[in-house]
Design a protein around this ligand. Structure first.
Ligand SMILES: Cc1cc2nc3c(=O)[nH]c(=O)nc-3n(C[C@H](O)[C@H](O)[C@H](O)COP(=O)(O)OP(=O)(O)OC[C@H]3O[C@@H](n4cnc5c(N)ncnc54)[C@H](O)[C@@H]3O)c2cc1C
Length: 448
C-alpha cells in the first residue's frame, strides 16, 4: 500500500476520528475507560483510542470491595450491579499449610466483592465512558505521542475497515492507559522490572464445571453457584501459589511461579507443567476432579511485575498497568487502575482550569500514584529497599486510607510471608494496628 493511501482520512465507516481534542486517552481497559468517563462527566472533550475490539479477553477477575467507591465516582455502579456478576464473601488461602479465612462483611463492608468476567466488565466500563460523552474509537492503535510540542501530537493506526490507515490528532493532554503495552514508558525507556528475586511468571487457563470453595470452607458443585456465596481460593505450593476464581460459567485457575522455574520450557511444556501442577496441588485436585479444561484457553504473562520511573508531566499521565503492575495476589490491579484514573482526572481538570500550575498538578498526581504503587508493593512482594518505592510516601498514604480498608489489607497480609515491609510501614505510620489483631481466622480444615 502506498504511503498516501495509508494517510487517507477514514470516513467510509463509523465516525471519523477528530483531529483534535482536549484529552487523548490511549487504551480502553478499566484505567482508560474510568479516566475518560470522569473527564467527560466534567465537560472535558475526551477522545479514547482502543487497540482491540471489545469484548476482548483479560485476566484479573477478582475484585475487592474497595472498587465500588470508584465505580460510584464514574457512575458505573448501577451498570455493574445490573450485570449480576458473582458476589463473593471473601477469601480462603492455604499458605504453607495454614488455612486463613477472611470474610469481608466482618470488616464492615456492606457491598460485595466480585468475581467478574473481565471481557464483559471492561466492555461495560468502556460503553459507559462513551455514554457519558467520551468519544471512543476501537480497533485504533496508538503508535507514539510527540510530547515535545505545545500541543502534543498522537500518531495512530486505524484498523476499523479492511485496510489500515495512519492518522494523527492534537490534544492538550495525553493519558496513557495502554496496560502492559505501556506506550509512553516504551518511548521514555522508563520501564523497570522489579528486583530479580521477585520476577514471577503467571500461567492460567479456564475450566468448566469446577467445584468451588464456599465461605463455609466446604467444596460445592458448580451447579450450586447461585445458592452458596463463593470465596477466592488461593493455595501455595512448593514453587509458588495458585488462584481459583469461580465465575458464572467458567472458573479461572492460575499459577504464579518464579520466572526461572519455567525458563527452559517451550509454550507446550509450560501448559503441561500448568496442568500437572494443578493435578498434584493439594485441594485443587479435588476442586478440578470432574472439571473440563477449556482447550485453547491457556495464557501466560512472564515478568509481570514492573514500574515506570516517569509517570506524570506537564502534558502527559501514565496510569494503571501502563504505569506499573505489582502482583495478582491481593487483587490490586483494577483497584490501582481506578485509583490512578480518579487522581489523574482531578489533576487534568485542575490543569485545564489553571494551565500555569500544570507542572505542580502533575507532580502531586505522580506522588499519589507512587504512594499507591508502594502500598501494593509492600503488601505483595518482599524486600524492596529503594527499588521503585518511596517509603515515606507510603506511610503518608497509609494514614489517609480509611481504617476499614487498611484493616482488611492487614488481615489479608497475614496469609503470605511476603508482607514484612507492609507490617513495618504500618508500625512506622503509628496507626495502632497490629497484624495479630486483624481479622483473618485460622481454620482447622477444609472439607472439599
Ligand atoms: C496473572 C495476572 C492476574 C491478575 N489478577 C487480577 C485480579 O484478580 N484482580 C485484579 O484487580 N487485577 C488482577 N490483575 C491485574 C489486572 O488485570 C490489571 O491491573 C488491569 O487490567 C489494569 O487495567 P488497565 O486499564 O490499566 O490495563 P488493561 O486492562 O491492560 O487495558 C489496557 C487497554 O489498552 C489497550 N491498548 C494497548 N496498547 C494500545 C495502543 N497502542 N493503542 C490503543 N490501545 C492500546 C489494550 O487493548 C487494552 O484494552 C492480574 C494481572 C495478571 C498479570
Amino acid at each position: 500500500m502506498s504511503t498516501d493511501a495509508l494517510r487517507k482520512p477514514r470516513t467510509s465507516y463509523g465516525a471519523a476520528i477528530p483531529d483534535q481534542c482536549e484529552v487523548l486517552v490511549i487504551g480502553g481497559g478499566p484505567a482508560g475507560s474510568s479516566v475518560a468517563a470522569l473527564l467527560a462527566k466534567r465537560g472535558v472533550d475526551v477522545v479514547l483510542l482502543e487497540k482491540a475490539r471489545h469484548p476482548r479477553p483479560q485476566v484479573g477477575e477478582s475484585l475487592i470491595p474497595h472498587v465500588w467507591k470508584y465505580a460510584d465516582q464514574t457512575g458505573a455502579s448501577p451498570l455493574i450491579e445490573k450485570e449480576g456478576f458473582l458476589a463473593k464473601a471473601g477469601g480462603i488461602a492455604v499458605w504453607n499449610g495454614k488455612i486463613h479465612r477472611i470474610v469481608f462483611s466482618e470488616f464492615g463492608f456492606t457491598r460485595p466483592a466480585l468475581h467478574v468476567e473481565r471481557d464483559i466488565f471492561d466492555e461495560l466500563l468502556l460503553n459507559h465512558a462513551e455514554s457519558v460523552g467520551a468519544r471512543v474509537f476501537q480497533q485504533v492503535t496508538v503508535r507514539e505521542a510527540n510530547l515535545g510540542l505545545d500541543s502534543p501530537q498522537v500518531h495512530y493506526v486505524d484498523r476499523r475497515g479492511d485496510d489500515a490507515y495512519e492518522g494523527q490528532l492534537n490534544c492538550r493532554f495525553v493519558v496513557d492507559a495502554s496496560g502492559p503495552s505501556a506506550v509512553l514508558a516504551g518511548q521514555f525507556k522508563s520501564r523497570r522490572l522489579v528486583d530479580s528475586r521477585m520476577r514471577f511468571l503467571s500461567l492460567w487457563g479456564y475450566f468448566k464445571n469446577s467445584r468451588f470453595v464456599g465461605a463455609d470452607g466446604r467444596g460445592h458443585p458448580a451447579a450450586d453457584i447461585n445458592k452458596v456465596r463463593p470465596v477466592t481460593f488461593v493455595t501455595s505450593f512448593a514453587d509458588g501459589w495458585i488462584w481459583h476464581i469461580v465465575l458464572r460459567k467458567l472458573t479461572s485457575v492460575g499459577l504464579v511461579i518464579n520466572t526461572e522455574t519455567a525458563r527452559a520450557m517451550d509454550k507446550a511444556g509450560r501448559e503441561q507443567f500448568f496442568l500437572d501442577t494443578l493435578r498434584r496441588a493439594p485441594y485443587l485436585d479435588r476442586l478440578l476432579d470432574k472439571a473440563e479444561y477449556m482447550e485453547g484457553s491457556f495464557c501466560e504473562r512472564p515478568d509481570y511485575s514492573y514500574y515506570s520511573t516517569k509517570l506524570c508531566g506537564e502534558n502527559f499521565y501514565c496510569i494503571g498497568d501502563a504505569a506499573s503492575f505489582v502482583d495478582p495476589i491481593y487483587s490490586h490491579g483494577v483497584l490501582n487502575a481506578f485509583y490512578n484514573a480518579s487522581m489523574t482526572a482531578l489533576a487534568v481538570c485542575e490543569s485545564l482550569k489553571d494551565p500555569a500550575r500544570r507542572a505542580r498538578h502533575a507532580q502531586l498526581c505522580e506522588n499519589r500514584l507512587r504512594q499507591f504503587y508502594g502500598f501494593s508493593r509492600s503488601l505483595a512482594l518482599g524486600e524492596f529497599g529503594g527499588d521503585g518505592v518511596d517509603a515515606e510516601l507510603v506511610r503518608h498514604f497509609m494514614r489517609q486510607v480509611p481504617p476499614v480498608e487498611l484493616e482488611l489489607m492487614l488481615a489479608a497480609s497475614s496469609i503470605s510471608d511476603r508482607s514484612e515491609n507492609f507490617h513495618q510501614l504500618v508500625r512506622e505510620a503509628g496507626l495502632g494496628l497490629h497484624p495479630a489483631r486483624a481479622g483473618a481466622h485460622l481454620m482447622e480444615e477444609l472439607v472439599l
